[in-house]
Write a protein of this length. Structure first.
Length: 173
């Protein structure tokens, strides 16, 4: 072999060895108190498909999120890989047209955009919805159903949306 071939073979081997073992790590959730939270979202008694549900913890400034199915049912996710939500008092915000990186391509593009929002601001931007999640040691599975009213007007309308949980499909107002 020529010197250049040895160098290329050596570099290729080093790159291969350097890459081995990466990506095989796992996050240890054993010390995180995660309750399994699910529920159903309806608007005027009808299920709301593809509703994006956020439970915002004001103290921790964190969000857990879920996406409803065709029957309006959702499960909260701690992150994109782990189900559950940490205990505490939450502000619940629900959108139908917001989108976001945490949902990937699960929401049809034709559902996204400001002009397509079906949920009144009283349930998202100026949400009056709350939920208290208790420790998974007290109650491992918890359910929060929300029957929304399309005529509801926010008591204190906000002029700007809350901090975005992740990234947004459209820019903030």
């Amino acid at each position: 072999m020529k010197a250049n071939q040895w160098i290329i073979a050596f570099l290729a081997t080093m790159l291969l060895l350097n890459g081995c073992g990466r990506g095989n790590y796992r996050i240890d959730y054993s010390n995180v108190d995660l309750a399994q939270v699910s529920g159903r979202i309806t608007l005027d008694g009808q299920p709301v498909p593809f509703a994006q549900v956020f439970f915002h913890d004001v103290k921790m400034d964190t969000n857990t999120f879920g996406l409803t199915d065709a029957s309006g049912k959702y499960k909260l996710m701690f992150n994109t890989q782990k189900e559950g939500a940490e205990p505490g008092e939450k502000i619940v915000r629900i959108w139908t047209a917001r989108g976001g990186a945490e949902f990937g391509d699960k929401i049809p593009k034709e559902n996204l955009g400001r002009d397509k929002e079906k949920i009144p601001a009283a349930y998202n931007r100026s949400s009056e919805l709350t939920a208290v999640i208790v420790s998974s040691k007290q109650k491992s599975r918890q359910s929060f159903d929300f029957d929304l009213d399309s005529t509801k007007v926010a008591a204190n309308p906000s002029t700007r949306p809350p901090r975005q949980p992740v990234f947004d499909e459209f820019e903030a107002e």
